[in-house]
Write a protein that binds this ligand. Structure first.
Ligand code: MOS
Length: 805
């Protein structure tokens, strides 16, 4: 097949955006989710809900020791139970999982050992889910040596910290100037240790996979965030040609990082389906999700800051120790924003890690900044108090003119604007800067703030856009957008529909989005707040390519066309609508309207007349004469193509802009808390977040993303903590009744303000990642408010009431 016309763009220089020029200006509008009614009516089908004729059910069985070897699995006794088909044990494949999206790393092969409690060691397959559950409970596993010493406790393992493998991380160690000396010799210095606990991603939809084979080809309906890289992981794990692997995830009920890579149930379902020659569905229970997918690592962070008496920082040190399973390379990149957040000629970022026998650590909700900025932004608050300075003023004085570690300019940076807007909106000036001064009834009240920053990234992504005739649509034509990008609840279906609708001049309901299937053009997927920018840009480019093809077809330059309401016109010559004409024409409606319409309307040359002309004159400029006729319908144009459709692709790539300009979203969180005088109970009373993240694609979905980040800031500050039993490594709080995330009663009304921003360096849409911006720093704002309320500084998170009394 001839390759489709493809618009490619590498972000090597700033670009203008067509989104500023479209007639409909749908991008930005707070439209409702296009998939909203499907979701609330149960018609959006999630992985666990598919049924394929003949399918059977699997339940995973996890190890009950944290370190050691399996001696025997008594499959026979279980296989004799009613309804049980087989106990599938294939330690080569699903003992460990690969979770780091983008790393393209396959699950570790040939591992015959247990590395953590809960590690899957078998799958019991049965005719019903209930039988499989019973079988899994009944399965007797014996271990060779149950006394092998597992390392569970992070704090006591810290002495064995070793350097990280920087090549495999998403951040690097950094040293400039002379940090330790700078700290020692500064007029004012600050040096403290912060601890954040292990946390669980806890997406609403548990991980689930339905696997079946079509000869050599494996098809997985699975809950994943990043399909292209997961396809590769599955292929690597099972030694398959990636072309023989198809992943389908049209709807995903949240991931928060836990679905960036494949989880063990995918591989277990795939090999079980192969052995049994039947489709196999494995749905994890909530405890299994928490025990066998990933967790966020516990962190120990040292923050050292040196400054003069005026608060001008010369030294910033951020050293972090995190944990992971032995042999794993992922480490929580806590200092991602430390590289550029504040000024300082001496700077050090250093990462170390310890090996522990706990659930694999991986990316979770703004990996890096979400917990790194807890330390940084609490430290800034502490330093402001030490200097007797307003915390916003301290940050203002440390605003760098450029990225201080790479010495490159920021593409845009609105940290100060966000802080100022937030201060005004929140009533910051009412804050009593002395802590523990405001007692209202039995509650101490306090106000705090923290900055937010989350780096912006672009990743290679492709999409296809097709315009085709569709008689069921009012305009007779629709656009189909295809990419294997996912919508994990973030609003991809909606914001991409808005982009395509604007660029193709069609209403949103004329856009058919096809996402979440690896048979579609590959995209980066949902993760790292890169999805909307990367996938959205590929869709933008595919639509731009279509615009150019349409312009060419009608004999115009693409710069001079306007697409609106299913019509193509020449810029500046759009036909006024009848209503507009009536309004324009004022009083003598009847007479003037007739005259005006006569003026503005022209008749297209009928095909019957065109057909009489010699061949060369039938060219497009004759068919499309914009001096005679102001608009042509897209449907009519598309109808002329043999297969009644017009298709094009778009491809975006990161380029030099990443190196020449530091790109980041910025923001500021403000919180007011109440702390009970007697019990120490902490309630968040209100929060305001102000964020600048480039052009906003949809104010409603973007605001919702920020709400989510702020809610999880409350979780990080006050409640979330994975606890492993120090004796056997079992995850003690492995469900949502014991692992506390904020619920409605914990969350006050949140205010979100999105500042206007135009960043031409990021991508052709000028958008930036927003999903993970709000959580970055949110917990610190709450911690700082707690200090302001009661004068107690807690550096060991979460801040539970016992730490205040
Ligand atoms: Mo996000 S933790 O990059 O899914």
């Amino acid at each position: 097949l001839p390759s489709e016309p493809t618009k490619k763009m590498t972000m090597d220089e700033p670009v203008e955006s067509l989104l500023s020029t479209t007639a409909s200006k749908l991008v930005g509008k707070p439209i409702n989710r296009v998939d909203g009614s499907l979701k609330v009516s149960g018609q959006a089908t999630y992985s666990a809900e598919f049924y394929i004729e003949g399918q059977v059910y699997g339940v995973l069985v996890g190890a009950t020791i944290a370190k050691g070897k399996v001696k025997h699995i008594d499959s026979r006794a279980v296989e004799a139970l009613p309804g049980i088909i087989k106990v599938v044990t294939d330690p080569k494949h699903f003992l460990r999982n690969a979770q780091q999206g983008g790393e393209k790393k396959a699950p570790t092969q040939g591992v015959a050992e247990i590395f953590y409690h809960g590690q899957p060691i078998a799958a019991v397959i049965a005719e019903t889910f209930e039988a499989a559950t019973e079988g899994a409970k009944a399965l007797k596993v014996t271990y060779q040596d149950e006394t092998e010493d597992a390392v569970i406790d992070f704090d006591s393992a810290l002495t064995d910290a070793h350097p990280v493998d920087e090549k495999k991380g998403s951040d690097k160690n950094h040293k400039q100037g002379n940090p330790e000396q700078g700290l020692k010799e500064s007029e004012v210095s600050f040096d403290q240790i912060y601890h954040t606990p292990s946390q669980s991603n806890s997406p609403m939809e548990p991980h689930a996979t339905l696997a079946y084979w079509e000869d050599e080809k494996l098809v997985l309906y699975t809950a994943n965030q990043m399909l292209s890289s997961c396809k590769q992981q599955v292929a690597d794990a099972l030694n398959l040609d990636p072309n023989n692997v198809q992943l389908i995830a049209r709807y995903v009920g949240g991931g928060f990082g836990s679905k960036l890579g494949i989880a063990p149930e995918s591989i277990a379902a795939a090999i079980s389906a192969k052995e049994l020659k039947r489709p196999v569905l494995i749905v994890m229970t909530r405890p299994q999700v928490m025990e066998t997918t990933i967790r966020r690592s516990d962190t120990r962070q040292r923050i050292g800051i040196g400054c003069d008496k005026e608060g001008v920082i010369n030294t910033f040190i951020h050293n972090t120790i995190t944990s992971n399973l032995p042999g794993e390379s992922f480490f929580e990149p806590t200092a991602l924003s430390t590289h550029y957040l504040y000024r300082g000629e001496n700077r050090q970022v250093d990462y170390q890690m310890v090996d522990v026998n706990k659930v694999l650590s991986g990316s979770m909700r703004a990996p890096g900044e979400a917990v790194g900025m807890i330390a940084v932004e609490c430290a800034m608050d502490e330093l402001a108090i030490q200097l007797d300075m307003d915390p916003i003023e301290l940050r203002r004085r440390n605003e760098p003119e450029q990225d201080p570690s790479q010495e490159i300019p920021f593409s845009t940076r609105q940290l100060i604007a966000c802080m100022e807007k937030g201060a005004e909106q929140f009533g910051w000036e009412k804050r009593n800067k002395m802590p523990a001064k405001c007692l209202e009834g039995d509650w101490w009240l306090g106000i705090g703030m923290a900055a937010s920053a989350r780096g912006n990234k672009l990743k290679l992504s492709e999409a296809r856009a097709t315009l085709q005739i569709d008689g069921s649509k009012t305009l007779g034509v629709k656009a189909i957008i295809e990419t294997d990008m996912t919508d994990i609840g973030t609003g991809s279906y909606t914001v991409f529909s808005q982009i395509a609708a604007d660029l193709l001049g069609l209403p949103v309901d004329h856009i058919e989005m096809k996402l979440g299937d690896t048979s579609l053009p590959p995209a980066v997927g949902s993760g790292g707040s890169m999805g909307a920018a990367s996938s959205g840009s590929s869709i933008y480019l595919a639509c731009q390519q279509l615009r150019e093809m349409l312009a060419d077809k009608v004999g115009l330059h693409s710069d001079t066309i306007q697409l609106n309401n299913g019509q193509i016109s020449k810029i500046g010559e759009q036909e006024a609508t009848v209503t507009e004409t009536i309004i324009e024409s004022g009083k003598n409606v009847a007479t003037e309207l007739v005259e005006k319409l006569a003026e503005k309307t022209s008749v297209a040359i009928p095909d019957s007349v065109l057909d009489l002309l010699p061949e060369e004159q039938k060219a497009k400029q004759n068919r499309y004469d914009f001096s005679r006729h102001k608009n042509y319908s897209l449907a009519d144009i598309i109808a002329q193509y043999d297969d009644q459709k017009l298709s094009a692709k778009g491809e975006i790539k990161p380029g030099k802009n990443e190196k020449t300009h530091r790109q980041s979203s910025f923001g500021a969180n403000f919180a007011e808390v109440a702390v009970h005088r007697v019990t120490g109970e902490i309630r968040v009373k209100r929060m305001t977040g102000v964020f600048a993240a480039g052009r906003i694609l949809n104010h409603k979905t973007a605001t919702s993303q920020c709400y989510g980040g702020m809610v999880f800031g409350i979780g990080s500050a006050l409640m979330e903590e994975v606890i492993h039993d120090k004796h056997d490594g079992r995850l003690c709080n492995h469900d949502l009744s014991e692992y506390h995330i904020p619920v409605n009663a914990d969350v006050p009304q949140l205010d979100v303000i999105l500042l206007e921003e135009d960043d031409r360096y990021t991508n052709p849409m000028h958008i930036k990642g927003i999903g993970e911006t709000a959580i970055s720093g949110a917990a610190a704002a709450i911690a700082n408010a707690i200090y302001n309320a009661v004068g107690i500084r807690v550096r060991d998170f979460p801040i539970t009431l016992d730490k205040l009394i």
